[in-house]
Design a protein around this ligand. Structure first.
Ligand SMILES: O=C(CO)[C@H](O)[C@H](O)COP(=O)(O)O
Ligand SMILES: [Fe+2]
Length: 226
């Protein structure tokens, strides 16, 4: 199974964002956290900044919207050219319509769920999505501790994806570091967001390589895995 490492620029230096985005060129995607101080108690930036990041980033943008009224605002991020746009199930009134609007505009459609949100109601909708994001912390801030109690949700998703032969990426976000990434990989994740575990290191390149090896060692489909 292909492992993807998506550093989160929430842990970057906002005054030197271009420099910090260029430092992670060896990663797969740039994870861009959009927060509105309403859906979550934190505020980052909006479409103007995402448009500039899209113009300068050396790797594609993985936009994670933590904003209310996702149905209304998500399609605009796809129009900026983002590779993927993920919105929260808790913030949308029609997740299928919003996912279709994203795909029509050329982006991968992602559905995110908070730690306390059950995944079962969305399993039959999986073909409408290209990726599902299981939050492994309460959304809002970087540097929080990984919540292992979210792993059963990931196992349920992995089983559903395999059973139906779907190509849906399973992403985790929050508290992913060298000591937790293997737990999420073993539970079925293939796409890993890491903020502080990348930008908190002197060598972000070494951090990305080490996270990738640790995930691959526990990934589904790895030769030798039972
Ligand atoms: O969506 C997020 C927070 O809501 C961020 O992507 C996440 O916090 C990444 O930071 P860290 O890896 O330090 O937990
Ligand atoms: Fe995120």
């Amino acid at each position: 199974m292909t492992v993807r490492i998506n550093p989160s620029i929430l842990s970057a230096d906002f005054v030197n964002l271009q420099r910090d985005v260029e430092r992670i060129a060896s990663a797969d995607l740039v994870h861009v956290d959009v927060m509105d101080n309403h859906f979550v108690p934190n505020l980052t930036f909006g479409p103007q900044m995402v448009g500039r990041l899209q113009a300068i980033a050396p790797i594609p943008l993985d936009v994670h919207l933590m904003i209310s009224d996702a149905d209304r605002w998500a399609p605009g991020y796809a129009e900026l050219g983002a590779f993927s746009v993920t919105f929260h199930a808790e913030a949308a009134s029609d997740v299928v319509e919003t996912a279709r609007a994203l795909r029509e505009r050329g982006s991968r459609a992602g559905l995110a769920v908070k730690p306390g949100t059950a995944i079962e109601p969305y399993l039959e909708l999986l073909p409408e999505f290209d990726q599902v994001l299981v939050m492994t912390v309460e959304p809002g801030f970087s540097g929080q501790s990984f919540m292992a109690e979210t792993m059963p949700k990931l196992r349920t998703l992995r089983q559903a994806v395999e059973r139906h032969g779907l190509d849906v990426w399973l992403q985790v976000d929050g508290g992913i570091a060298l000591d937790t990434i293997g737990i999420a990989a073993e539970a079925g994740a293939d796409t890993f967001v890491a903020g502080s575990a990348v930008y908190g290191r002197d060598s972000v390149e070494a951090a990305i390589a080490e996270l990738r090896s640790a995930a691959e060692a526990h990934s589904h489909g790895t030769p030798g895995r039972v």
